[in-house]
Ligand binder design. Sequence first.
Ligand code: NCD
Length: 342
Amino acid sequence: MPTTTWNRHHVLSLADFTAAEYNTVLQTAASFQEVLSRRTKKVPTLQGQVVANLFFESSTRTRSSFELAAKRLSADTLNFAAASSSMTKGETILDTAKTYLAMGTDIMVVRHREAGVPNAIAAEMDRLGVKVSVLNAGDGQHEHPSQALLDLFTITTLIDPASPRLELLKGKKIAIVGDILHSRVARSNIWSLIASGAEVHLAAPPTLLPKLFAEYICEESEVRSQELFSDSPTPQLFLHWQLEPALENADFVMTLRLQKERMTAHLLPSLREYHQLFGITSTKVQLCKPNVKVLHPGPVNRGVEISSELMDDPEFSLIQSQVTSGVAVRMALLYLLGSGKA
Ligand code: NCD
């Protein structure tokens, strides 16, 4: 493992992540990627520790890859699914967390449909003075740090497989397209990509651009970079109500699922029109750099935010390698949080 300082006790958001922390995660994940390429893919690092996956909201890849990551590190895993738990009998979230604490859980991986639940559990653990770490696996429309970190790992390892690091994205043009309003993935990615010095272009219909960002749009040109992040030396966030300017010469395109389950109003005329205007297709990626790569956190609405053909095209699509990277990145996070507890 790379020698490093890691003082973080919980991973709840990327808003205050430092460049050194990003690089620690990337380098640690690269070491675990190597472990995962061996015949014996398991290391004894977290032997005896308990990782509890507390998923109060549905998940396929995030839950499974956290579970596999924990198992590859030899931790014992507990899986909780709200629908089949005592929450149906009225138990509260904090009481559920305390139940897992009483069983000796060391790391809680928490997903919830409401923003702030992982923070609330972390605050309760800190209040109780226990050493339990909390990892946010997606909270409402707030953040999804491990997804953004695995996206970062996927694209930086593509550029330099031997040494993925934040600086590799400096000056790269990255488009984030789709349902930004409801996307915790976009929010976490914006933090990491801004920190890398990449040029980040958000493209969505006005109804799907969050108010926080919409107020910065320049009426005349519909595009304007803004000092959203006051401590960032060169703010490089651009907003577009059309797809084309975001795609032009882009190095990477991150597509986002239309989160129909979170839509409380009619934000789109029709899925067909959305696909026509903002769906990423083989034709539209021709606007990008010739070697552009397309990402999607999954699950995908095929033929809506991305065409089926492009999604399955190995020349452009990084979707499967994002899933593969997810295990190494989550091993890195569990290792960094868990190794101090032994
Ligand atoms: C994302 C999520 O749940 O936030 N998916 C994921 O974790 N792989 C994105 C989504 O649901 O669209």
